[in-house]
Design a protein around this ligand. Structure first.
Ligand SMILES: [Zn+2]
Length: 339
């Protein structure tokens, strides 16, 4: 066996030295209990960081650490309670671990990085810790990342929502559209929550830098953006606009076929999903079916073409092409095929 000095060097925790190492063998794994002691007799206060020699009591604490080859490692240390001149009675600050954490910072970092590409339960098995420890380490890792990541001044933001759990539970999400970064979220889709999101999470400078805010057509979000970002343009998301156009097209189908007597109703039966599809995704045989329908009803055809044109219009980036589309010089494929 090596000397304590060698073990201290291998462990590599500045300010601490190894006093003893015990091996524990069980059927499934072997574990090293590494007993540590702080170098010197002065202990830092967890409040202000000042070192003091005035120790009130000690208590044994353990942390999981990175494994040594095939052996899991537990660090054991007698943590002091110190009497600080400035803060009163406090626990001793431990440099290699977060307060109250059960794993060292370097193990937390490894678990956190692994959790970005695998399940928490898999990371827990890999690092030989319980699921709970792995989950807490992952959360602490993400909190640290959130605290230290660069604060951007996005010009284009998005206020949208994600569905959480089952049912109609939506959370508003504020994100930077260009970098695809989530900036913050709330648990409530009201105007108050959206306003808070924009005022509390963005600094005055960040708000001033925003030139466009993309939202859906949810009225509380529109009000919040209008009230807080007074000089930013409101942009509607393409998919939300097209959703309304599709609903309108479906409404025309209902009016033209289902409220127009038994003969027409029979004609339009079972065509709903076909009519909701975009022309470019419809197969050849189904296109013939659509064309028969359009021949029977021009209003339906018009509704279909309008939706198709809108779809193309929002994708166009060139103003000349937009003008051509508006002037009818650029008929959409559905129109060309049917006319
Ligand atoms: Zn203190």
């Amino acid at each position: 066996m090596g000397s304590r000095r060698d073990y201290t060097w291998i462990l590599g925790l500045p300010g601490f030295r190894v006093t003893t190492i015990e091996g524990e063998d069980s059927e499934t794994q072997s574990r090293l209990r590494v007993h540590l002691e702080r170098r010197g007799r002065r202990y830092p206060c967890s409040g202000c960081g000042r070192r003091t020699t005035r120790v009130r009591s000690t208590k044994e604490r353990t942390w999981d650490d990175l494994p040594w080859a095939a052996h899991s490692v537990t660090l054991v240390y007698q943590q002091r309670r110190v009497s600080c001149r400035r803060c009163g009675i406090r626990t001793e600050r431990i440099e290699f671990a977060d307060a109250k954490a059960r794993v060292t910072r370097r193990l937390r970092q490894q678990i956190g990085v692994d959790c970005q590409s695998m399940l928490t339960s898999h990371a827990a098995v890999r690092h030989r810790v319980s699921w709970g420890k792995a989950r807490r380490a992952e959360k602490a890792f993400l909190a640290e990342w959130d605290r230290t990541r660069p604060k951007r001044q996005p010009r284009h933001i998005k206020l949208d929502e994600i569905q959480r759990g089952k049912g109609q539970r939506f959370w508003p999400v504020l994100s930077d559209v260009v970098h695809g970064d989530v900036m913050e979220l709330r648990q409530d889709r009201t105007e108050v929550a959206a306003t808070e999101l924009l005022t509390d999470e963005l600094t005055g400078r960040q708000r001033a830098a925003i030139t466009a805010a993309c939202t859906d057509m949810h009225r509380p979000y529109l009000n919040a953006v209008g009230a807080v970002l007074t000089h930013a343009e409101v942009v509607f998301d393409k998919f939300h606009v097209l959703q309304h156009a599709s609903a309108a097209r479906d409404d025309v189908r209902r009016q033209e076929f289902f409220r127009a007597g038994a003969v027409m109703r029979e004609h339009g039966r079972g065509k709903r999903w076909l009519l909701l599809r975009r022309w470019k995704t419809v197969r050849e045989s189904k296109r013939v079916e659509l064309q028969t329908l359009f021949a029977a009803n021009r209003r339906l055809f018009k509704a279909y073409v309008l939706r198709e044109q809108l779809d193309r219009l929002v994708d166009l980036q060139n103003p000349t092409r937009c003008a051509q589309l508006r002037a009818g010089m650029d008929p959409c494929p559905a129109m060309a095929a049917t006319a």
